[in-house]
Design a protein around this ligand. Structure first.
Ligand code: MF3
Ligand code: CO
Length: 259
């Protein structure tokens, strides 16, 4: 059984989600051609520590950095490196903060300079599929309703849903039950209860859905080497409408791209 959070716990997660959201926007402002993904990692880690929180990815099951920096055909869990971003790339930045014992976790896929219209569509559709999932994350629904909402939306544009990785509950641990797949059947899976805190994180491929794990044991790549996008928000299940505990508002106000 998944224990719903108390309002006191949710308040701490709201504060933390705010910090995660602002950290992601700081990174977004630094994304540009010529910048390395190591530099983005430093921006995130500095911002998080300067605000009295801990980068919760660092050392998580041995993960070596504060962010995941997943470029182009990397779906998730790319290590920051000396790779230099170039015009036309896309980069999923995934990061989290730990504050007063609770975890935040969010991701956004940024365009680097001008990207193709097709790539812009992938970003738009993946982000919108996340909001479709959030709209289904209401008390009384089931986990499968979220996955169905994400999947049916993304596939209606001819894109495909990665199935090997999924969203998750979140709280004192970054990954709690239930798992939140991005595909599924309406009315199936665990019931959603008011106060459950979950991360919904569609990973959507431009081409086929197949992926493989890199030799470093972390990075996940598309099998066809086409682009993949990833957006993640933390929400609390409520009656009628989920409440977002993290937001893209700072990114969308402070970064100079539109989609
Ligand atoms: N944000 C990722 C997730 O949603 C967590 C990254 S795993 C880590 O599951 F090891 F990088 F922390
Ligand atoms: Co997550």
């Amino acid at each position: 059984m998944v224990r719903p959070k108390t309002e006191e716990e949710i308040e701490l997660m709201r504060i933390n989600g705010e910090l995660t959201s602002r950290a992601l926007a700081e990174v977004g402002k630094a994304v540009a051609p010529g910048v390395t993904t190591n530099e983005l990692n430093r921006v995130a880690e500095t911002f998080i520590r300067d605000h009295g929180a801990i980068p919760n990815f660092l050392n998580y099951e041995g993960y070596p950095a504060a962010i995941c920096a997943s470029v182009n055909d990397t779906v998730v869990h790319g290590f920051p490196s000396d790779y230099v971003l170039k015009e036309g790339d896309i980069i999923s930045v995934d990061l989290g903060t730990k504050y007063k014992g609770y975890n935040g976790d969010s991701a956004y896929t940024f365009p680097v300079g001008e990207v193709s219209a097709e790539t812009m569509k992938l970003l738009q559709v993946t982000k919108a599929s996340l909001y479709e999932g959030i709209a289904a994350a209401v008390a009384g629904n089931r986990i499968g309703d979220i996955g169905h909402a994400v999947q049916s939306y993304a596939e209606s544009f001819g894109f495909s849903v990665v199935r090997e990785l999924e969203g998750h509950g979140i709280g004192r641990d970054m990954h709690e039950n239930p798992g939140v797949p991005n595909y599924g059947k309406q009315g199936h899976g665990p019931k959603l209860v008011s106060g459950m805190t979950i991360c919904i994180e569609p990973m959507i491929n431009a081409g086929t859905r197949g992926v493989y794990l890199a030799k470093n044991g972390w990075a996940v790549h598309t099998a066809d080497h086409r682009n993949s996008a990833h957006f993640e928000l933390t929400v609390v299940v409520r009656h009628g409408k989920a409440e977002q505990l993290s937001t893209f508002d700072y990114i969308e106000k402070e970064c100079n791209f539109k989609f």
